[in-house]
Design a protein around this ligand. Structure first.
Ligand code: NAD
Length: 461
């Protein structure tokens, strides 16, 4: 391992820890100021950040950058600013009668120095939304963004350098090797967003130092269509959820489970909706490209593998884009052993899998790892409740896609192989705080009774 790199990382961590030690419980005003600076940085440089993301993706729909990377960070920061005082307040906790007149208080204390590792798919949001929570909770922050978005990462490093002292918040750019060294640092908390295989490595690295981790990972998120669903609405919302950011979304619907008799009509409607939203693919400013030639080739490989195994390949458009924009593709009659049914897709491909009985669909979902998201479309409330009871997922949107991710009042995080821990709003504040219980004893407490010599004291309990 690169000694100079390790040295540089340790120095950054040590400087932040020293600064934290000098101010272990930053006041509300200090935290507000940091959040305001993050908010100001985001607002002031939104166009430059969107341009950097466009450069990194080859093409990134500007509105997608504005909505999913910039507005999201702004609204997380505003939400935190509005509620900061309440979140910081120590909580009164019920005290059992036999402990009175002592009292229970729960205080929320910053952890110290927090490490954040971010992926490339929403490079600004997934670096800065956890940073909002960490700063609100009074921590110092080191961020390691993805090497696949070099322009955005360099701009983030520069902007954070301009708006924050290095011992407050700092961005450290670099590839997987830097990520490896970064995740071996003895942080007070490590927050990782990325793939499940890398999440396993990161959890092991953190375990060596007993660093607590939050893992925001991926997986195959199913969309289940019920017989009671409104097909037109379902098709429109599924097409949006699948093609936003060209399917490069951790909570994108990965595959579709649909009653056998609805598979053909829904497929037709999906293709029509995709054409309505994107009249053309080549040169369409609203349609985002695939992040790299390697990722594009992997997705094409998934289609070829499924086709070789007998799947029907239905493309929404006949365009031949000459960049990395990929024509949306539905896959029918896909055998279960096709790679597209094994790996997280992370692109504009959607296998349509028919089912006869709901039991079959639930069995298919429950055979796999627990997904990050699950979508259910239908009007039958009893059916919906049954699916919610009998499946596991990090989060759910009913009758639409993706929107549960935008809820600051709800926890966001995976379960099982899709992650552990959560953030957003107060959940993030709590992730980056030690909730420290205090029991404040009264001078009138009768605890002398419990002191030796014991005699028969405990016999009476
Ligand atoms: P990735 O796991 O390849 O990389 C994520 C980050 O980890 C990058 O910064 C990378 O440099 C770093 N890294 C790579 N190897 C490392 C190692 N050995 N040790 C330490 N760090 C290392 O993920 P990606 O391709 O950037 O992102 C796509 C994945 O992220 C998908 O699986 C997606 O579902 C998931 N994701 C999850 C969420 C969520 O909120 N749960 C959000 C976005 C993306």
């Amino acid at each position: 391992m690169d000694i100079a790199l390790q040295e540089r990382l340790h120095l950054a961590l040590t400087a932040q820890r020293r600064a934290f030690d000098a101010e272990r419980m930053p006041s509300e005003a200090v935290r507000r100021d940091r959040l305001q600076r993050l908010l100001g940085m985001t607002r002031q440089h939104s166009e430059a950040l969107a341009a950097a993301m466009a450069q990194d993706f080859g093409h990134r729909a500007r509105q997608e950058s504005l909505l999913a990377d910039l507005f999201t960070v702004e609204s997380a920061a505003r939400h935190a600013l509005k509620r900061l005082r309440r979140w910081m307040k120590p909580r009164r906790v019920e005290t059992p009668l036999h402990f009175l007149p002592g009292r229970n208080v729960l205080m929320r204390q910053p952890l110290g120095v927090v490490g954040i590792v971010a992926p490339w798919n929403y490079p600004y949001y997934l670096a800065m939304a956890p940073a909002v929570a960490a700063l609100a909770a009074g921590n110092r922050v080191l961020i390691k963004p993805s090497e696949l978005t070099p322009a955005t990462s360099a701009l983030m490093a520069r902007l954070v350098g301009e708006c924050f002292a290095p011992e407050e918040m700092q961005v450290i750019t670099g590839d997987a090797e830097v990520g490896k060294a970064f995740t071996q640092l003895p942080f007070d908390h490590l927050f990782f967003t990325g793939s499940t295989p890398v999440g396993r490595i990161v959890a092991q690295a953190a375990a060596k130092n007993l660093v607590p981790v939050t893992l925001e990972l991926g997986g195959k998120s199913p969309a289940i269509v019920d017989r009671s669903a409104d097909l037109a609405l379902t098709a429109s919302r599924l097409a949006f959820g699948k093609l936003f950011n060209a399917g490069q979304t951790c909570v994108a619907p990965d595959y579709l489970l649909v009653p056998r008799e609805l598979a053909e009509p829904l497929t037709e409607r999906l293709l029509a909706e995709m054409r309505r939203m994107y009249p053309r693919i080549a040169g369409n400013p609203d349609y985002t490209a695939i992040i790299s030639p390697r990722h594009h080739a992997r997705l094409q490989g998934l289609v070829d593998d499924a086709a070789q195994r007998g799947a029907r390949v239905l493309k929404s458009h006949v365009d031949h884009p000459d960049d990395r924009r990929m024509v949306p593709t539905l896959l029918l009659d896909v055998p279960a052993d096709a790679i597209v049914m094994q790996e997280e897709i992370f692109g504009p491909l959607l296998p349509v899998v028919p089912y006869d009985q709901l039991d079959d669909a639930l069995a298919q979902v429950n055979r796999g790892d627990r997904p990050l998201a699950l979508y259910w479309f239908g009007q039958d409330g009893a059916m919906r409740d049954r699916v919610m009871r009998e499946t596991h997922a990090g989060g759910v949107t009913v009758n639409d896609c993706l929107w549960h991710l935008g809820q600051e009042e709800q926890p966001f995080g995976g379960v099982g192989a899709s992650g552990m821990g959560a953030y957003h709003g107060e959940w993030g504040f709590r992730t980056f705080s030690k909730e420290k219980p205090l029991f404040i004893q009264s001078r009138f407490a009768g605890t002398r009774l419990f002191q030796p010599p014991y005699g028969a004291t405990f016999e009476k309990l």
